[in-house]
Write a protein that binds this ligand. Structure first.
Ligand SMILES: O=C(O)CCC(=O)C(=O)O
Ligand SMILES: [Fe+2]
Length: 322
């Protein structure tokens, strides 16, 4: 069957049920697709026979960089830096988790476009972050071609600040600047999330939603859809660790940008310079196959990228959609 909506991730498409028989999903893939579609997240066992050894090496390699006294069971593990971004650049095990081919193939099947990892975050403890959607940080045009894969690198207890989420919230409106009456482009903020927090709280109230926590087993992973509201619970026991890796994925043939610093209505997009973890190569911002540059901006032509003038990233940021 022809997919009339190639600009919507398959698992979020109104016609998913009609398309599903032609996707060749295994029983397990169909279960994951169904969970993502209806709940906005799906739990699965991370497919890597070497995972335990990788986790041990990651803890050994990254541990000393956090400034936390891991050797002392009584020490407060929450005092220091809580994340290392893009450790895949120097740690082959972090990279190997991010580029797991089974996960990439699964996401590619479920979204209907090639998936590629573009960012890793490694945490030794929970983030204790309020509910948020990653969509204000990383979004795409067409929208929703982004997801996170969260991997438990140890068993997570209720006192360790487990990941939480609002099941079904991926179907709520994607909060953006227009919706909250704010100009984003050129704004200077230390937190991209802060301006949106009251709107997310209001949505939770309006939908009467309750959150769930994920008391994960080591080796379990969770995919979250682009607009799923999630966060890190309060950590009741600061002596505990909660090692995890989050890998964020984008999909081919999209514009990648930061909505918190963009005004879509006026065409002012804070474009991202996205490098795929697999090959370290920059992925151009593409709209219907054409690289975003002056020519494609003026007439949105679907000319092949090679026929469009090449702009530096800075030029693109300045001229995008003007
Ligand atoms: O692990 C957590 O506490 C939340 C992580 C998170 O929100 C993210 O990486 O986007
Ligand atoms: Fe997040």
């Amino acid at each position: 069957m022809t997919n009339i909506f190639p600009g919507i991730p398959l698992i979020e498409s109104p016609i998913f049920e009609m398309l599903e028989p032609s996707l060749g999903l295994t029983v397990e893939e169909a279960r994951i697709a169904n969970d993502l579609r209806h709940k906005g997240f799906a739990v699965f066992d991370f497919p890597d026979v070497d995972l335990d050894a990788r986790i041990e090496r990651i803890q050994h390699n990254l541990g000393p960089r956090y400034g936390i006294d891991f050797a002392n069971p009584q020490s407060d593990k929450t005092i220091a830096e809580r994340r290392i971004q893009d450790a895949w650049k120097f740690d082959k095990d972090v990279k190997s988790i991010a580029t797991n081919q089974v996960v990439i193939d699964l996401l590619t099947k479920l979204y209907g476009r090639n998936a590629f990892p573009f960012q890793t975050l490694n945490f030794p403890v929970g983030t204790q972050q309020d509910a948020h959607s990653d969509s204000v940080h990383f979004s795409s045009l067409p929208e929703r071609f982004m997801c996170g894969v969260w991997l438990a690198m140890e068993d997570v207890s209720a006192d360790a600040g487990p990941l939480f989420y609002y099941p079904g919230s991926h179907t709520w409106p994607t909060v953006n600047n227009t919706m909250i009456g704010r100009r984003g482009f050129g704004s200077d903020l230390s937190s991209a999330q802060d301006p949106f927090a009251p709107a997310w709280r209001a949505l939770c109230d309006a939908y009467g939603a309750s959150s769930e926590v994920f008391l994960a087993r080591k080796g379990q992973a969770l995919i979250w859809c682009a607009n799923l509201l999630h966060g890190g619970s309060h950590q009741n026991d600061p002596r505990l660790t909660r090692w995890s890796q989050v890998t964020h994925y984008y999909f081919d043939d999209c514009i990648y940008y930061t909505p918190a610093f963009s005004d879509e209505a006026t065409g002012q997009l804070q474009l991202r310079s996205i490098r795929a973890v697999n090959d370290g190569v920059l992925r151009p911002n593409l709209y219907l196959g054409a690289e975003i540059g002056d020519a494609s901006i003026r007439n949105f032509s679907a000319a092949p990228a090679s026929s469009l003038p090449k702009l530096t990233l800075l030029q693109k940021m300045k001229s995008a959609f003007r």
